[in-house]
Design a protein around this ligand. Structure first.
Ligand code: AMP
Length: 282
């Protein structure tokens, strides 16, 4: 695996791969890698001849007062993990080069980015769309691999890709979880032992809701109320628990097959998100 910080060696490596008729798979990340990220690298490797992973803690997507300064940074461990997962290139752009001081362009994806995370984190999806658009133009992959853990992020990037005609296939990998169900996240390292224990109630409540919906379509209002109660009883503060159409992120009245139940909770000062897809009725 080659690690590059500059754009010209990145472009040279990618054009070499293209000259060998290899398709390019791309996995954008913010580092502090875990099995969730690595599962996307493996998916990319399965589908593409050449896999590029980026690590860039994008300042634009952190709302004021969020954890940009203390976001975990584990570059050496990350590189070792990517090497053994079989990535071909690790791209770590330099923030000053990536965003020169007079950088003044932003990509705003309307509608789909406005509820849920967008409502709670001002400017977040503008930052996400802008960085991903720039990375897409730098890497020019055939396919980009994203995790369903960030359900709304997938919807925003899909919409941007379609609206702006990026010739890139968006592929989505399943949520990788701890044995007790907690979705892996670089931010889980912020949890104290007690908070970590409490946090497992999030996936438990979502799984319970999914089972209930699978047994017969239910009113979203009812499912959301039950989920909220389970979460609150476990000591989690609920930001939202909403049945949505995963493509538009619009709230749906009925938790039918193909919808998703997405939730954000706070345990202490830490905010966690998770979601489940509502399956066909059994
Ligand atoms: P991040 O480094 O948090 O920006 O995440 C980079 C990519 O990894 C995004 O597409 C995330 O959705 C994905 N990801 C993060 N956590 C998980 C997880 N537990 N399972 C699957 N994908 C994940």
């Amino acid at each position: 695996m080659k690690t590059v910080k500059d754009l010209s060696p990145l472009r040279a490596l990618i054009s070499d791969a293209r000259a060998q008729s290899k398709s390019i798979g791309f996995v954008p990340t913010m580092g502090a890698l875990h099995e969730g990220h690595l599962s996307l690298v493996r998916l990319a490797r399965k589908e593409c001849g050449f896999t590029v992973v980026s690590i860039f803690i994008n300042p634009l997507q952190f709302a004021p007062g969020e954890d940009f300064d203390r976001y975990p940074r584990h570059e050496a461990d990350d590189a070792a993990m990517l090497e053994s997962a079989g990535a071909d290139v690790l791209y770590i752009p330099d923030a000053k080069e990536f965003y020169p001081p007079d950088f003044s362009t932003a990509i705003e994806v309307g509608g789909v980015s406005e509820g849920q995370e967008g409502a709670a984190r001002s400017g977040h999806f503008r930052g996400v769309a802008t960085v991903v658009a720039k990375l897409f133009l730098r890497v020019q992959p055939d396919a980009a691999f994203l995790g369903r853990k960030d359900l709304q992020q997938v919807a925003v990037i899909r919409r941007m890709t379609r609206d702006l005609d990026f010739p890139i296939r968006i592929e989505v990998g399943p949520i990788v979880r701890e044995p007790d169900g907690l979705a892996l996240s670089s931010r889980n390292s912020y949890l104290s032992v007690d908070e970590r224990r409490t946090a497992s109630a999030l996936s438990r409540a979502l799984f319970a809701a999914r089972s209930r919906a699978a047994a017969g379509t239910v009113e979203s209002r009812e499912l959301e109320r039950e989920t909220r109660e389970l979460l609150e009883r476990a000591g989690l503060a609920v930001d939202y628990a909403e049945v949505v159409d995963p493509e538009t992120m619009r709230r749906m009245d009925r938790a039918a097959a193909g919808t998703a139940l997405a939730a954000a909770v706070r345990v202490g000062k830490i905010r966690l998100i998770d979601n489940v897809l509502i399956p066909e009725e059994r």
